[in-house]
Design a protein. Structure first.
Length: 72
């Protein structure tokens, strides 16, 4: 079976889903937005990092972007 991912304008979502449901042999999985949950262990790590992070820890996006392009 092949998988596809679609980006659909909000106004067309319900229409498209109803159309897809009528096609035989198609399985619809829950969209990522509905299925996404952040585990408690991950929230805990983020909270700890927020406590120990200072504004000096951050870099401007323009600088990070240059570093990423340089690594290619």
């Amino acid at each position: 079976m092949r998988h596809i991912k679609l980006a659909v304008p909000e106004k067309d979502y319900n229409f498209l889903m109803e159309f897809i449901k009528r096609i035989k042999n198609i399985k619809i999985e829950n969209p990522v937005e509905e299925d996404f949950t952040v585990p408690e262990w991950h929230k805990k790590i983020v909270r700890e990092r927020l406590k120990t992070t200072t504004s000096n820890s951050f870099k401007p996006w323009s600088e990070v972007k240059k570093q990423l392009k340089h690594k290619k």
